[in-house]
Every structure is written in C-alpha cells, then in structure tokens.
Write a protein that binds this ligand. Sequence first.
Ligand code: BJ8
Length: 423
Amino acid sequence: SEDYKEMWANMGLDLEAHDALLEVLGKGYQDIYLAQKNRPEGMGYFDFVMSEVHSLRIKELLDEKAAGRKVIGAYCVFVPEEIVLAANATLVGLCSGADFATEEVEKFLPRNTCSLIKSSFGFKLGKVCPYLECSDMIVGENTCDGKKKSYETLKILVPNLYIMDIPQMKSPEGRALLKAEYIRFKEAVEELTGVTVDADSLKKGIEIVNSKRKAVQRLMRLRKAIPVPISGLDALLANQVFFYDNPARFTDSVNKICDELEARIEKKEGVFPEDTPRILVSGCPMAVPNWKLPWIIETSGAVIVGEESCVGERGTRNLTNDSANTVDELIEAIADRYFNIDCAIFTPNPDRLNHILEMAETCNADGVIHYGLQFCQPYLMEAIPVEKALEEKNIPTLRIDTDYTMEDVGQLKTRVEAFVELL
Ligand code: BJ8
C-alpha cells in the first residue's frame, strides 16, 4: 500500500530496487512454498508472516521504536537474545539468503567470498533491507575470517556496527573470553537502551527465548515420525522466521502447528508417502529466502527430516539455565549455553560430528546431504571428515557445494536425484 511505500522511503530504502526484490521473493514463495501439497493448516500463519515480512513486521518494529524501544540486528546465533530482551530491546536476524547488487558488492569484497557475506553487503548497498535500516545497533561477530574481515569494510557502510569477539577453541580460556564478551555486550546494550539489566529481567529474557526454542524443539521431535507430518521446507521456514518474529507470537504459532502435527501422527497422516527417503541436511545456515537446496531435495522424491544448521538444531537445541538469582550467575549460564554451539569456526570441533551422527539416527534419516556454501572454508573443510564418519556408519552422504545463484540448479537436481535413487 501507499502507507508502506512511504514507510520504506522514510527508512531510506530504494523503492524501485525494493519492489523488484519483493516481486522476486513473492514469486519464489509462490512457486516453492504454495506449490506444496498437504501442508499443515497452521502454516497459514507463516504464509502471512512472509507476505508481510517487509511491511507489517517492520511497522511493528517502528512502533516499538517510537515507544522508545531499541532494535538490535545480528548476523550470528552467538549474539544472546536473552540479554537484548532483558534490556527491553528487540533482536532481529540480518543474515540474508539472496544475491543482490552483486556488481556493487564486488567493489567491496573479493569475488571468492561466500554468498552469505556478499548477500549482507548486497542488501545494505542495494538499500533493500528494512531490518538493517531500522536497527539501532548491528552486531558483527568474529567467527570465520570472511565475516571477521568483511566487518572492517561493513563498518564504513554501517557506522553503528558493534564487533563481538568469539573464541576459536573450547578451552577454559575460550569460555572466559565468551563470558567477558557477553558482559561487555550487556554494557553496550545498556548504554544503547538506558535500561539496566537485572536478575529479574534476565530471567524473563531467558524464559522468553527458551519457550521459543522449546516450541521449535517440539516441532523437530514430531518430524521423527514415519510418515513425516510436515515438509522440510515448511520446518525450515519456521526456523527462519524464528529470527524475525515477535517471540511470544512465534512460540504460540509453532505450538499450534505442533498440535496439528500430533493429530496427523495419530492418524498416520504424512505430508509425503510413508516410503519417501528421509534426508538430514547438515552444514551452513540457510537464511531467508535461501530455499534452493531444500526445494531441489523435496522435488526429487525425498523429504528433509532435520537441519543440522544454525537455522535449525545447532541454533536451537540448547536451552539456557534460568535457575540462578544474580546477574553474574545468569550471565554464566548464558555463556555456558552459547559455548555449546558447535560452529565449524571452532577447532577442533568433535561435538558437531557427534551431533550429526546422533541426528542421523534420531531423525530416522536414510541419508545425509552436507550443504556447504562455496568459499566457506570452515564448513567445506569439515564436510570431508563428516562424510567419512557417516560412511563408516553406512549412512550414505552427498556433499554439495553451492551458492545463491540458480545456475547450478539443473546439475544439483541430477546429483540429488541420483543420490535419492540409492536410498
Ligand atoms: S555460529 S555457522 S551463524 S558463524 S557460510 S559467513 S561460516 S564463510 S555463517 Fe554462522 Fe554464527 Fe557459525 Fe552459525 Fe563464514 Fe561460512 Fe560464509 Fe558462514
């Protein structure tokens, strides 16, 4: 509507480019999501969220801002939402899953940078991301070299960029660094919001985020059923919207879908036939609207039953203990929780390998597809030992390296179909 156009213009978006993005997004959603069969009715909520992702949700955030609340944007699941909520601010995910303004981007970044990083730059340079534009503070984290070094350049484009250091080893020193960084972050957020975080507000923040995680964990458990009651594409969408939506509303919506799925399971009703090969996808995060590989897999005769990913179980499987009663102890609990994330930037990183093996079993997966973005050294390097470990357990594995372009769709489809044939 005209009101939204005015809102976007006021935020400094490039209306023409933004219209073009929304059109591609809408078309992609239509072809990939709405074309699916047997979707749970509760997914209607997510269809609505996606249709309003740059409008109603942004209006809500701007209303919150008008009422004095701050918005913080983040690129990584190491940024603790508990602390943000405790300071009466809202956290939004900024990772982007589509190429944009590529030519412009390559003036700032080498061509051989992963699509995820390029995309974050493209959304900024192309002036098409209202989440980025409405963030009062943006958090970049020292994870992979690509992100770490690109933030030096992003800082020129986004002056309100805050850099969080992240350890590289799961040592006592690494744990101490993470805790120190969370204290420093708490102070920065307090300064931004003018709100002092106390034990009560932290406990409340932990409770809100844990509820959201528990709802998603419940959804993931229900996908273990044979036949599986929800598609991998739909489950991925819930995991993606996790980063944008109002937390309480998101939690309710996911729980409603779960109620529906329980009824389906009771009736042995599946989204695909019972003998459809089941795939676990493992690897780099898939941010909205990166639906390419899941779409290829689920139109090639298989169904995805789990995501070992930050937009999936790696991001949500651990809860934060909220039993402590002081700010320091609660920050300890938060550091403990996040220190368990087995991102491939850690060395060594045996937990991730063990988790993949465990997930392949608990999800009743027939095979694993490892998803690596081109030029992502951490995940592409780990893909080789992951494949070896899985094959030692006789779990068929396919390694895919790809990017956000559509150029390799035909070739990927051929490879995925051949893999699914074998299962
Ligand atoms: S905790 S996975 S969200 S860093 S794909 S930018 S690793 S070159 S995204 Fe991540 Fe946090 Fe880790 Fe999760 Fe670099 Fe690889 Fe690109 Fe990546």
